[in-house]
Design a protein around this ligand. Structure first.
Ligand code: ADP
Ligand code: ZN
Ligand code: ZN
Length: 752
């Protein structure tokens, strides 16, 4: 019988296709191996899903097998298939997302792949050479030193090192090679990411406090029993969650198993990565998409070879090619950066982590100070085991550091009575002044970058908008520019209104640059560091800012939500939220949850050690639930309130949702596509609410008009049934005409 193989092409075309195996490939085309196959009119890379036998009639033949060992384990093949099914995309798209660029074959690249293995020239003594006899025969001092160095090493060493220790030159080496005493060889060098290049600190050894011990005991028991449990570790900021992860990882390694630690964004968590390295040294590596292609290629292959039992990384690290998984930790599990949006697969790394752990009999730990309502609901339903750490780590010899006191400043009233000037109220200014006098540090959150979000003409009301997106342009001071935060377009800020020629152009609102300017005017001696998208584009800029602040080189760290995440600075005693309302009024059912989480997280940066902390929230909506519950550190109250709202409207976690986005350059044609597609869907989907199509909240981005349709169904409708409606509609309607696109987003996290 001729040998056949089912191959998944790495394209958006769904499914696998049968190919004939040429004789020479019969032994290498194993499941999980990469192959090159003719597909349509070109050659593409694919992955062998399984082997079969059958009639070769009408089938194409595999061109080439790229691997001797399978690139994908059976486990990852199955997991990626599950992701494709659940998130309604092609299996090939998921396989592609799981691979570093260096392993993706392309017909244009030399040797098929765009990344090469890096090697360094090493030297060693030729086997069987008698060292004493050779040394006796050699005259040159440097020649002798080189031979001695190689003899001492007993193995091959990099030529650069051999030359350095012996003082020899490459001419010396050449001579020794010609005489048959020394030989050169190329040895692979592993390129590393920045996070891995810093020195390894000594680990801080601590005695666990009571709730840490309880949490660890429960997790350890599950690790020992390989019991497939998912834990929700709800611990306030500074309660010692990371310490629990570290101990659980030690348990996992002791059992000979491997682990993944997901963090929201690697650049924002240099402190966390450092702590893991302090404990695990060379047994841990990072994997993320911002590494150079070379470093990612090397890290991926090293993980696949079993060299690192622990992998830390953002979202995509959930697909790390580890075998024998024992534990997956998802830190800050509520973070929206765990959801991929563009391109497909639009997966949620937390949910994939739970599934991957489950399928491997592994333990999953979801940690957060402000767990997502989805996870809280799963814990209440008994699907996850809830572990709580309600108090901060006790300071040596004393009680737990109390959570900071929180005050609200009502900006509307401020305006009435004290004539608010600028973005900082008098209360916040006073609080800043006190900290500066005491040489304590301050974190200020203003979740908007640029100088002012809007420029407007007082005379005619004109507001400049982006030519390509339906949003107003943000004023950026340094280059006197107007910039679009959706597409990046920049233009010169006009001096007079382009419509009426009036010079009465005013700035509305404040971004981080404007707050920075205000701080400089009020506190000219204060040293301010600004951390936002614009100050962190350079590689390593994040770390430089955080290190400088940690070293006391600045008094105030001012920034967007970046300053709310995972930072632990003992001298920070004041956190000020300049405008707690940004984002609160977004047309998204998660807006309240987001705002509450951001406020609770940033508040957690204050008073973490022996100095007491204080938080000041400036708002125009002091009665908003996000503010009310953040003010009282009342997570449970917030959950009760928010779950009731969600239940009333059938939103997640009580309902399932799938978002469909229609895009294209011509508005009429996108709208017609959205309408036709949606009514086709409506024919099929019983028991499902279909909302839309409606223009998206930002109705045009990068010249593309956007329409949305939302499917909403009760939890009783299985995910597979809901996905089935969408899939069958896609099949019936076929792919959209050129220039128009349909994006399917299962469990969407941002609805605009
Ligand atoms: P979280 O991850 O919950 O924010 P961390 O694990 O980062 O908390 O702990 C906060 C700080 O307290 C860190 O500096 C950590 O080293 C320290 N720490 C954690 N657990 C203990 C403990 N049991 N005893 C003393 N210090 C601890
Ligand atoms: Zn005007
Ligand atoms: Zn734009």
């Amino acid at each position: 019988m001729p040998q056949l193989a089912e191959v998944v092409p790495l394209t958006p075309v769904d499914g696998s296709f049968t190919y004939v195996l040429p004789l020479k490939c019969e032994f290498v085309a194993i499941p999980g191996a990469r192959v090159v196959v003719p597909f349509g009119r070109r050659n593409v890379m694919g992955v062998v899903a399984e082997r079969s036998e059958g009639e070769p009639d009408g089938l194409k033949t595999i061109e080439e097998v790229l691997d001797g060992e399978p690139t994908f384990t059976k486990e990852l093949l199955d997991l990626t298939k599950w992701i494709a099914d659940y998130y309604i995309c092609s299996w090939g798209e998921v396989l592609k997302a799981a691979l570093p660029k260096g392993l993706i074959w392309s017909p244009r690249a030399q040797n098929g792949t765009p990344v090469r293995i890096k090697t360094a020239r090493h030297l060693r003594l030729v086997e069987g050479v008698d060292v004493q006899a050779t040394l006796a025969e050699l005259k040159g001092r440097k020649q002798k030193a080189l031979v001695e160095a190689l003899a001492e090493a007993g193995t091959h060493i990099p030529q650069t090192e051999a030359l350095r220790v012996s003082g020899a030159s490459s001419a010396t080496v050449k001579g020794l090679i010609e005489r048959g005493w020394v030989e050169a060889l190329d040895v692979e060098v592993e390129r590393t990411s920045d996070a891995m290049s810093a020195a390894i600190d000594t680990p801080k050894e601590v005695a666990l406090h009571a709730s840490q011990s309880d949490a660890l005991a429960a997790i350890s028991e599950a690790i020992e029993a390989e019991s497939q449990t998912t834990f929700l570790l709800h611990g306030v900021t500074g309660s010692g969650k990371t310490e629990v992860y570290i101990r659980a990882l030690k348990r996992t390694l002791a059992k000979g198993k491997t682990a993944i630690v997901l963090v929201p964004e690697i650049a924002l968590t240099p402190q966390t990565v450092r702590r893991f390295r302090a404990h695990f040294g060379d047994r841990v590596t990072v994997l993320h998409s911002r590494m150079s292609d070379g470093a990612r290629f090397d890290a991926w292959r090293a993980i696949r070879d079993g060299r690192y039992p622990i992998v830390i990384g953002p979202r995509s690290a959930v697909l790390a090619p580890l075998e024998n998984l024992g534990l997956i930790v998802v830190d800050e599990e509520h973070e929206t950066s765990y959801k991929q949006f563009d391109p497909a697969p639009r997966y949620h790394a937390r949910d994939v982590a739970v599934m991957r752990a489950y399928r491997n009999g592994a333990v999953c730990v979801l940690g957060s100070a402000t767990p997502s309502l989805e996870s809280v609901a799963n814990a209440r339903a008994g699907k996850y085991v809830l572990l709580r750490m309600p108090q901060r780590v006790p300071v040596k010899g004393r009680e737990a550091a109390p959570l900071p006191s929180v005050r609200v400043v009502n900006l509307l009233r401020e305006k009435e009575i004290r004539r608010l000037k600028g973005a900082l109220s008098e209360e916040l200014r006073d609080a800043i002044r006190h900290r500066l006098e005491r040489r304590e540090q301050i974190i200020l959150l203003q979740n908007r970058r640029g100088y002012a979000p809007v420029l407007t003409c007082e005379n005619c009301g004109h507001t400049p908008e982006c030519r390509d997106c339906a949003v107003s342009l943000t004023v950026h001071k340094p280059k006197r520019q107007l910039r679009c935060h959706y597409c990046g377009r920049a233009e010169r800020k006009p001096n007079v209104c382009p419509v009426c020629d009036s010079s009465e152009l005013v700035f509305l609102g404040a971004g981080t640059q404007r707050v920075e300017e205000e701080l400089a005017a009020i506190f000219p001696a204060a040293r301010v560091l600004r951390m936002d998208f614009d100050t962190t584009t350079r590689k390593g800029a994040h770390r430089a800012i955080l290190d400088a602040f940690g070293d006391g080189e600045a008094d105030i760290l001012l920034g967007t939500q970046m300053v709310a995440k995972g930072l632990d600075f003992p001298r920070v005693t004041l956190v000020g939220v300049v405008d707690a309302d940004t984002g609160m009024l977004m047309p998204d059912f998660r807006a309240t949850e987001r705002t509450f989480q951001l406020l609770a997280q940033v508040a957690g940066r204050a008073g973490r050690h022996d100095l007491p902390g204080e938080v000041i929230l400036q708002t125009r909506n002091p009665d908003h639930p996000a503010i009310r519950f953040a003010l009282a550190h009342d997570f449970d109250g917030f959950v009760e309130h928010e779950l009731a709202e969600r239940q009333a409207f059938g939103y997640p976690p009580f309902g399932r949702m799938i978002g469909i986005e229609f895009k294209g350059a011509d508005e009429g044609s996108v709208r017609r596509l959205a309408e036709a597609w949606t009514s086709e869907l409506a024919n099929d989907a019983q028991g499902v609410a279909i909302l839309g199509p409606t223009p998206a909240f930002v109705s045009r981005v990068k010249r593309q008009w956007r329409y949305h349709t939302l499917l909403k169904a009760p939890r009783s409708v299985p995910a597979s049934a809901l996905a089935g409606f969408v899939r069958s509609t896609i099949e019936r309607t076929g792919p959209p005409k050129k220039g128009r696109r349909i994006n399917v987003d299962v469990d969407p996290v941002g609805l605009f």
